[in-house]
Design a protein around this ligand. Sequence first.
Ligand code: 26V
Length: 819
Amino acid sequence: MFTNKENFKQEFKQRLIGKTGRQMHEVTEDDVYAALGSMIRERIGSDWAATNRAYTEQGERQVYYFSMEFLIGRLLGNNLLNLGVLDTVREGLGELGWDLEDIEEYEADAGLGNGGLGRLAACFLDSLASLGYAGHGNGIRYKYGLFEQKIIDGHQVELPDYWLQKGNVWEVRRDDKKVNVQFWGNVESHEVNGRLVYETQNSETVWAVPYDVPVVGYENSAVNTLRLWSAESAANPARDFGGAGSNYYNFLDYKRSVETVSEFLYPDDSNYEGKLLRLKQEYFLCSAGVQSVIRTFDKLHLPYTQLAERVAIHINDTHPTLVIPELMRILMDEKGFGWEEAWDIVSHTVSYTNHTILSEALEMWPEQMIRELLPRVYMIIEELNARFCGMLLKQYPGDQDRVSRMAIIESGQVKMAHLAIYGSYSVNGVAALHTDILKNREMKDFYELYPDRFNNKTNGITHRRWLMHANPDLENVIDHTIGTAWKKQPDQLNELLKYANDAVVQDKIRHVKLKNKERLASYIYKKHGVSVDTNSIFDVQVKRLHAYKRQLLNALHIMDLYNRIKEEPSLEITPRTFIFGAKAAPGYYMAKQIIKLINNIAQTVNNDPQTKDRLNVFFLENYSVSLAEKIVPAADVSEQISTAGKEASGTGNMKLMMNGALTVGTLDGANVEMYESLGDEGMYLFGLRIEEVEKYYREGGYSAQAIYNSDERVKKVLDQLIQPGPFCQNGQSFDPIYHSLLSHNDEYFVLRDFASYADAQTQIGLDYQDSKLWTSKSILNIAKSGRFAGDRTIKEYATEIWGVNPANMASRSGLQGNH
Ligand code: 26V
């Protein structure tokens, strides 16, 4: 394997020619990507094997992170970075005539997630490997990831994301590790040695085939595993469908039905719908994952009473909650344990993270659906519910209300959060404020029952992808200013504080930001044919489109800025470029209306001669991990403007902060902790506090209509939503938005926070003009961002939840490999 640029070039050329059968001048960039990817994947192989060996030998508890989503994005650049060969490869390729950045574009994004929860899982995998923890991902290998978004006439159109079309160089199919998953059927019981034994008959069997993806740690030789399961038919067409009354078409029907289980990712991340296929996906992940965990544990030849010492199963929200009854089923039905012993093992193995308090997102499955699809699992859930309610009745005699509130099964619904809390030894929220809400409001009953079970783990992001890889010029400036220790210890970024007002450092930071803005500007030019003023404020709101995230507040404010310039053409305002990126769930009508509105605003302000030099708006289509990597480094302002109490944490806020953007935000989610670190000097706070929001909800004291009546600017903007004019051309109208604000009394307090938001934006405009002041605030943000690195978060999970230590990579066998 290559050790320097020259042998990289040598080896790469040979491979490229060997793989394509073409001469060097004939190969395409696609070929270059494929050859480079497979070369790097192979290089990872020996470390991968050695890591697994080290983990087994060292006997640490293995952590399995179960998640329906892993939004990992592209892997080439990150793997090169973590392997420590990024510069060698970049320079080598350059000498061969290719630009690594262009080559990276040939990799399809693995968009196996909706948003925050899925991206968090990906950041955690990176931190687990980089810190040397034995922590692995368990997920689904969806054939189609989150849809590709096109904007046509200002509307969102969804296209399938067939990300595997050109193959995936990173994955390894493991036929030897496949397992069976059973659906439907009926449960029979019989007595064996005085014990009831349950067996499911007439079930539909599906193969779960694992595809393993290596997760490379940063310069530590550790390689963990992300195991993604694919559903395949388990039938033998000749044997199972060859008999009388059966035919080939039955086989095809069956095959189709089986394969749909891992066909696509559900694109909705806020509205729970009790869809059978989604329940199948969840059980498929849980059953396959738990079986594989058990198989690995079996190789240790230890008694199952030691399972919890050797295995931690972490569930990412309630989606994988069925691991609880599934592990019970395996321990009792397959390993012969009694109920109490099995429960003792399970409830010391599983831990759970809650990511949302939006009631519409809480999973509740119809009892009937679980009973039919998963009959044995249903019996176990029923028994768990009976025991839990019995225990509650003893604990709270006579308090029937409380018992029904807390029950796992109630009014024909199975409440997954209740099952998850009951079956886990740890329950955590994702930011301090969110955990407080869980403890004191949403899960109050459970907190009273299990006060020690609840804890907070504020989210974090990987500085390797979001700073070092996405923003190498900033990385460079930081290295030259404070050295490189921050790369292994991101809280060392704090050292930058000393340079917040240093003229030389400030200059360099400004230069980097400008360069990143130029790069984004040329992307925008390619997509929209508009040249952007890179001296304008790049004001960025990128995240899923949701009413509570209030892209609408941002949009209404831009309409107001437009109106003010039109009324007073000589108005002095700091030129601004507003950048949006957001996917709406395909069935979320209001969210799609907001996308259309933003595109209408863009059309008008970008083309009006009076505004186009001061106001620009771009809705960048298909927001994804790789697009985020282009936008985030170029941002001056970060919009984190959710209604207080609604955003559990946010992680985009952290990425933008780490890249030196200043936040305009509410005291919501992790913004609260950012504000603790930054103070008024480093952040633009506005809007209602959570206590005020709650008071309004309790007392119904807010009137959107009153604001409409008293604030002329608000009135004008709202009228423009429904009247012909600059934002509604050709008979269009945004009636539903208008009515959500006025007739439905503005559930998310958009109008209530409007004035305060506009004031904050005015202050931003003024401060930006003072470039020394602005840059010092920007440096302050970078310096304080170490607290929001995923490494800090993962260390907290490791010590406070899982009780695990990093493996000793240096002492592992197999190191003699290829270093
Ligand atoms: C929820 C649901 C609800 C029902 C249907 C399918 C489905 C699929 C995904 C989700 C996840 C939504 C929860 C989520 O992404 N929460 C976000 O988690 C981030 C990481 O903790 C956090 O920063 C965001 O504030 C939170 O909204």
